[in-house]
Ligand binder design. Structure first.
Ligand SMILES: [Fe+2]
Ligand SMILES: [Fe+2]
Length: 258
């Protein structure tokens, strides 16, 4: 199967690719030998594809750094690629690997609902585009956060809010939508009068906004919050393609607590 035909297959299955999705590196005429699915095309996930002789990497996030959403003017990148981008592209070229980005398609069909299933949040009260709001039987913040940590099998989550405060109406801010660059999206979720947010990754702008509103928060981690859905996507893809090798390549957290 060529990458061109694979994109047709994906669009027939999940819907049209949007403006930020599609081939980020390589050639649509290449014949696919194997597919590595990952959250981001880092040195480690590219190496994992090379080891398995996979020549297509499907990423959820941008390949480049600075990424497409960052202002290129501030770094004067109009003429040359970023330093990290150049390193990743050289690695891909050396190993004849193509990179296809599937972002909102995998969010919509896999990432959001796989995570809420794992966290047993039940049927959403609001399910509109990427917006998710849930209502659960009231539980104290401390127990709610500890249960999330347990269900995901992670060593820590970041928590905001009074430990004994009851959690009832939850806004889902999976992945990076809790970052203040997505403040418009966060504002729409606040309009549903949530008392708690469960987020992938937040910054301190968002945290200060939540504390002014008296809203509690559990932050899981950007990659950690999207990984279960991407693994689910890779498993489903493997079933659908039958004879094509498909592997999900994860990465450990890049930082540690001291
Ligand atoms: Fe996402
Ligand atoms: Fe993301």
């Amino acid at each position: 199967m060529t990458i061109r035909n694979f994109i047709k297959f994906i669009e027939g299955w999940l819907g049209k690719l949007n403006f930020e999705e599609g081939l980020l590196h390589g050639n649509t005429a290449s014949r696919i030998k194997g597919i590595t699915v990952c959250w981001m095309a880092t040195e480690k996930t590219i190496a994992s594809a090379v080891k398995r002789r996979h020549n297509l990497v499907i990423v959820h996030e941008d390949l480049l750094f600075p990424p497409g959403y960052a202002s290129s003017d501030s770094a004067n990148l109009t003429e040359k690629p970023g330093i990290v981008s150049a390193k990743r592209i050289a690695l891909l070229q050396e190993n004849s690997i193509s990179v296809l980005r599937l972002h909102s398609l995998t969010d919509r069909h896999f990432v959001l609902d796989t995570l809420s299933d794992i966290l047993s949040l039940g049927e959403p009260l609001v399910k509109k585009g990427l917006q998710r709001v849930y209502e659960i039987k009231p539980v104290a913040m401390e127990k709610f956060a500890a249960d999330i940590r347990k269900k995901l099998g992670v060593s820590h989550v970041r928590v905001m809010g009074n430990p004994s405060k009851k959690v009832k109406r939850i806004g889902g801010l999976w992945g990076g939508v809790g970052l203040s660059i997505n403040a418009g999206f966060i504002n729409n979720i606040l309009a549903y009068k949530i008392d708690t947010a469960v987020a992938g990754e937040v910054d301190e702008y968002t945290m200060r906004a939540f504390s002014d509103m008296g809203i509690g928060m559990v932050e899981i981690g950007h990659e950690k919050s999207e990984e279960p859905g991407l693994m689910h996507f890779a498993d489903t893809l493997k079933e659908k393609l039958k004879n094509m090798p498909v592997h999900y390549s994860g990465d450990k957290e890049s930082w540690r607590l001291l």
